[in-house]
Design a protein around this ligand. Structure first.
Ligand SMILES: *Cc1c(COP(=O)(O)O)cnc(C)c1O
Length: 370
């Protein structure tokens, strides 16, 4: 009997909720109401409630939501924004698109999240915003980061694209800073059937500004108060997300059980470093389970030969991307991010993983290192 373990399994999630999802999609088609409407405002309210109360504004995708927050905070030419060195490109991209300067701070290799000592070093009089990215579902130390920022009058915004439902010190990520950005790309912890994103904020004034920016600067039809843009969460995607949201907590619990199993079974292997969740204070909504080894490429091909899906998140840290080459970053300036790009490997992690599959993954990792 042969076992296959994909890195992630969107089909399994769909099949779980097939009837409800099919009905929701069909209903949107039957009603031919594809943009806006109560389906969108319902989801925005449900997601705001889930996060603990505030305002949610649906956007076209997670990259847009980052950019729209920066626009609303009036970040532009000459401003510096601190961005972690290891993240998906969107976080740096959104800053550069605004004409501002992404200033990279290193990350801790155990979690992939901002190293706050390096953040402190990177702050200058031009620093306007710090973007906390809760990478892989791990949480940035938000209580400490908020302190650092408030001492200096700097905005904190959170990129929660990989951490829907993660919390630290009893509070969900996305609700600590001035605004939180979410992506509903299909493979994220809460994913729709295409592109989607959202902004969360507790500030009514900022929410209003963000709505204005993302809806062509109009509050009433055909009156454009400011130069805006078009970035919307489609009605279809909102309906899909409303079906899935009530299951998110269960999926987080299931993934935590899988993570516990990996952490227990894979402990003690020399040359295999495991993620170190800040468990006492935080609840991790696992997006990726990322291990590190100096034999990463070999492990990757071995697991592939056993039909075990893996991937590298991410093979090149942002400071070393060609698009930032004129900034002339040096490898030794970002030891945490450098370690991750060279050694990191994501192994299968999704709620529907079966015990047999988990055992198969663990067995082959052990065989590889024997
Ligand atoms: C996925 C992701 C984004 C962007 O989301 P899109 O919806 O794909 O635009 C931003 N930041 C991080 C950390 C991500 O993982």
């Amino acid at each position: 009997m042969s076992i296959t373990v994909p890195l992630t399994n969107l089909k399994a999630q769909y099949l779980q909720l097939k009837e409800e999802l099919d009905h929701a999609v069909n209903d949107v088609i039957q009603k031919t109401s594809f943009v806006g409407g109560t389906a969108l405002s319902d989801f925005e309210e449900e997601f705001a409630d889930y996060l603990g109360g505030g305002e949610v504004i649906g956007c076209g995708n997670g990259t847009d939501s980052l950019e729209i927050i920066l626009t609303a905070l009036e970040v532009g030419m000459g401003d510096e924004v601190i961005v972690p060195a290891m993240t998906w490109i969107s976080t740096g991209e959104a800053v550069a698109t605004r004409g501002a300067i992404p200033v990279f701070a290193d990350v801790d290799a155990d979690t992939g999240c901002l190293n706050l000592e390096d953040v402190n070093r990177k702050i200058t009089s031009k620093t306007k915003v710090i973007i906390a990215v809760h990478l892989y579902g791990h949480t940035v130390n938000m209580p400490e980061l908020m302190q650092i920022a408030s001492d200096r009058d700097i905005y904190v915004m959170e990129d929660c694209a990989q951490a829907h439902g993660s919390s630290i010190a009893g509070r969900k990520v996305g609700t600590w800073g001035i605004a939180g950005s979410f992506s509903f790309f299909p493979s994220k912890n809460l994913g729709c059937f295409g592109d989607g994103g959202a902004v969360f904020t507790k500030s009514e004034a900022l929410a209003e500004k963000i709505r204005l920016i993302s809806r062509h600067g109009q509050k009433t039809k055909h009156v454009h108060l400011i130069n805006g843009r078009n970035s919307r969460l489609d009605t279809l995607q909102a309906r899909v997300l409303s079906v899935k949201l009530p299951h998110l907590e269960k999926w987080i619990d299931q993934k935590n059980q899988h993570a516990d199993y990996y952490l227990q079974e894979l402990a003690g292997i020399p040359d295999l470093k495991l993620p170190v969740p800040t468990r006492e204070k935080a609840r991790i909504s696992w997006h990726l389970f990322v291990v590190r080894t100096s034999q990463r490429d070999e492990l990757m091909s071995y697991l592939e030969s056993k039909n075990i899906g893996t991937n590298i998140h991410y093979p090149t840290a942002l400071p070393f991307q060609p698009c930032y080459k004129e900034m002339d970053h040096q490898l030794d300036q970002f030891p945490g991010a450098f370690e991750l790009q060279n050694e990191t490997l994501s192994i299968p992690m999704f709620a529907e993983l079966e015990q047999e599959q988990l055992e198969y993954v663990v067995k082959h990792i052990k065989v590889f290192f024997e």
